[in-house]
Design a binder for this molecule. Sequence first.
Ligand SMILES: CC(C)(COP(=O)(O)OP(=O)(O)OC[C@H]1O[C@@H](n2cnc3c(N)ncnc32)[C@H](O)[C@@H]1OP(=O)(O)O)[C@@H](O)C(=O)NCCC(=O)NCCS
Length: 156
Amino acid sequence: MSALPEILIRDMGFDDVDAVVALERASYPFPWSEGIFRDCLRVGYYCCVVELDHLLIGHAAMSSGAGEAHVLNLCVDERYRCRGIGGALLEHLLEFAQSVGASDVYLEVRPSNTAAVRLYQSQGFTQIGIRKGYYQAVGGREDAVVLRRKMGKPRR
Ligand SMILES: CC(C)(COP(=O)(O)OP(=O)(O)OC[C@H]1O[C@@H](n2cnc3c(N)ncnc32)[C@H](O)[C@@H]1OP(=O)(O)O)[C@@H](O)C(=O)NCCC(=O)NCCS
């Protein structure tokens, strides 16, 4: 793995949505639509993007409330994977969760998505359940593994 490049992680804006959707379509077999990203921004979910030399190479979305946060999306351009960018983006989301007082962070992941499962486990997420047939899949449905990361008390 090469060293983590000089990336910038910043808030996503409506102007970013076209580039985010292009990356989303290239990254997932069942990508989110433009409307979903716009809705996330409208309702005030925390959405951010990763830039490298002004090029958008990653995005993420997280909802939060009532002492919990939920990672909804986390994506890195295929050409820039395995360099620590996904890990940096996840750390960024965890810092955001901590800053809004979330004591638990949840997410769902396809068990077949080995890269994502390992990434989450490496950052302290543990399995707390299975959602049967949660995901659309080629030729049917796929279960989701539900993971949780407990957050420490915020530093003062
Ligand atoms: C999951 C994803 C965000 C990881 O991004 P990334 O930038 O490659 O991740 P990192 O380089 O920070 O890797 C961090 C850790 O994840 C794990 N990991 C990442 N890619 C992996 C792979 N191909 N195989 C096995 N483990 C992998 C490793 O534990 C790695 O740590 P290590 O390099 O010290 O072993 C990226 O593969 C992606 O965007 N996939 C498509 C979208 C997606 O599936 N998102 C998750 C939805 S739940």
